[in-house]
Structures are given as structure tokens and as C-alpha cells.
Design a protein around this ligand. Structure first.
Ligand SMILES: Cc1ncc(COP(=O)(O)O)c(C=O)c1O
Length: 295
């Protein structure tokens, strides 16, 4: 029997369909809020500490207090997985600056709002997407200057992703004014050059420090693979041997077509697949088991 869907809003677990937030919440009115998305893979919570580290950093950068301590927040995450019987899925967590009479200037004494939702993911579809690879388009990067903060101000990202979907592609690869790839609308972007160099853009205010990116860098170092963190152009990407995208929602997933041009032999490349295996191994070893495995 499908279990009921539960959300968490400011201290209470509520049926998903009844979950509500105030009309003058600053997250709603100004995107004055940050978020995280954690994957649950076969009952394992992946990269939990890394997501909480980034959440704390995003909040610190915006001077929003943590809505509760890290230990109680972990209990809420676990309870959400348990109540939603989420063996394969995503937990979405959002912290807003709080509710106040609408005014651009934020009062200093607000209590942050905390919202969590859960969504199942079909592991078969996820695996099929990895096996087949995805199409991508390029799109101008029209975002603000602090993309390192995981804020919910995602309008340029949603417009780019919508443009991609309308053109039958899965992701929009964002390109800055100088022709360099920054990242995807909701992914980090990697290429494997013709000489086998694995490249992803170096961290700066221009890209999100992806959790999956970080764990992959660690896994690749453990496996003595060499990766360069540097800028690369859209043209370099188009002539690459492989391109892949990383995100908590995807792991490492190959791009087999960019702007209608085939990449490699139009099938997921060997290095991208090896990276996915290394990531799943390392993250899986560290993950917290919250529900029994289905195997
Ligand atoms: C703009 C952007 N870049 C990269 C990522 C990948 O980050 P992570 O690996 O932490 O999911 C995301 C994920 O949502 C994103 O929105």
C-alpha cells in the first residue's frame, strides 16, 4: 500500500497536501531563503554531513540563523524518511528568513521558517537515464553574482531548464559572457577532453559548490584519477570525448548530445561511468542506513 506523504513545517509533521506557509514569508516574497536536496538511495541517506555543512554555510553568508541545531535537524530528516517510507527518493529542505510585514529591508529579529518535503524517485528510471545519457542545450548564464549560495532565487535556472525541456533536452548548460561554461541549471558540468583530462570548473562565486562534485573529487583522488579544476569553453565541451553532469538527484549522468551535436559516440562514456561507480561506492560507504535495503 502506498504510504501517505508527509511534510514538515515549523515544528509539525503535516500531510503533504495540507502543508502551508504564511503569505508574508520572505521566502515566498523575496526568495530570501536557502535550500538543500538530499538523495535517499535504497534506504541510505547520501552525503548528509556535506549537505548540512553547505546549508550552514549558505545561511551564514546570508546572516540567517539555523532554525534548529544540527542534531535535532538530523532527527527531523530521519523522521521524514521514516514517515514517508522513502527507500528511493529526495528530501527537500528549505530555510527562509521568516515572516514579516512586506518590506525589502529585513527586520533583524525574525524566526526562520523550516520546511521539509519528501518525494519518491523511481530507481529504474534513474538507472535508465544513466544508461542512455541525456541531451543538453547551451544557454546564457543570466544569474546573480553569488551562485555559490544555494538560494531559492532560481528564476534564471528555471527559465533555462524550461527552455531545455521545450527543445527536448534534459539540461541547460550555462555559459558566461566570455564563452566559458559555468554549470548546469541544476547540475555541475564536467568534460573529458580528447587527451583524457577530466575537467570541471573551479569553485568561485560563479558556481554552486556541488556536494556530489566534492565527493567525486575525493573518490577520484582515492582512485588516483587526475582531475583539473579549471574553466573550459562551450567549444571545448562540444569537442570533448565525454560530458557528464553531477547532482544529488542524478549522481553522474552523461550528456550524449549538446545543441544537437553528438558527444563521443553518443553513448555514456567509460570515464563518466567509472566516476558514477566511484561516487556510489564512496558515498554509499559513508551513508547512514535509515531503511532496510530492498536487496
Ligand atoms: C546550480 C546547481 N549546480 C550544481 C548542483 C549540484 O549540486 P549537488 O551535487 O550538491 O546536488 C545543483 C543542485 O541542485 C544546482 O542547483
Amino acid at each position: 500500500m502506498p504510504s501517505a506523504r508527509w511534510a514538515y513545517v515549523n515544528g509539525q509533521y503535516v500531510p503533504h497536501a495540507l502543508a502551508r506557509i504564511h503569505v508574508e514569508d520572505r521566502g515566498l516574497q523575496f526568495a530570501d531563503s536557502v535550500y538543500e536536496v538530499c538523495a535517499i538511495v535504497d534506504g541510505l541517506m547520501m552525503d548528509e554531513e556535506e549537505h548540512l555543512d553547505r546549508l550552514e554555510r549558505s545561511l551564514r553568508e546570508l546572516a540567517i540563523p539555523m532554525p534548529m541545531g544540527r542534531a535535532p535537524l538530523k532527527l527531523v530528516l530521519r523522521e521524514m524518511v521514516r514517515r514517508n517510507a522513502l527507500r528511493h527518493g529526495l528530501i527537500y529542505l528549505q530555510v527562509t528568513r521568516g515572516t514579516a510585514r512586506r518590506d525589502h529591508a529585513a527586520p533583524s529579529d525574525l524566526r526562520p521558517s523550516l520546511i521539509l518535503t519528501a518525494r519518491p524517485v523511481d530507481p529504474v528510471l534513474l538507472e535508465r537515464r544513466r544508461q542512455l545519457g541525456v541531451k543538453a542545450i547551451s544557454h546564457p548564464d543570466e544569474r546573480w553574482a553569488r551562485c555559490d549560495i544555494k538560494s531559492t532565487a532560481l528564476l534564471p535556472n528555471t527559465l533555462a531548464k524550461t527552455a531545455a525541456r521545450r527543445q527536448g533536452a534534459f539540461e541547460a548548460i550555462l555559459v558566461d559572457g566570455d564563452g566559458y561554461v559555468t554549470e548546469g541549471a541544476s547540475t555541475n558540468v564536467w568534460i573529458v577532453t580528447k587527451d583524457g583530462e577530466i575537467v570541471t570548473r573551479n569553485l568561485s562565486h560563479n558556481i554552486l559548490p556541488g556536494v556530489t562534485r566534492r565527493v567525486i573529487l575525493e573518490a577520484a583522488a582515492e582512485a588516483q584519477m587526475r582531475i583539473s579544476e579549471r574553466k573550459f569553453t562551450l567549444e571545448e565541451a562540444k569537442s570533448a570525448r565525454e560530458i557528464f553532469l553531477t547532482a544529488a538527484t542524478l549522481g553522474a549522468t552523461s550528456v550524449v548530445e549538446l545543441d544537437g551535436r553528438p558527444i563521443g559516440n553518443q553513448r555514456p562514456g567509460q570515464i563518466s561511468q567509472r566516476i558514477q561507480t566511484l561516487y556510489a561506492d564512496l558515498a554509499g560507504r559513508r551513508a547512514v542506513r535509515l531503511l532496510p535495503s530492498s536487496n
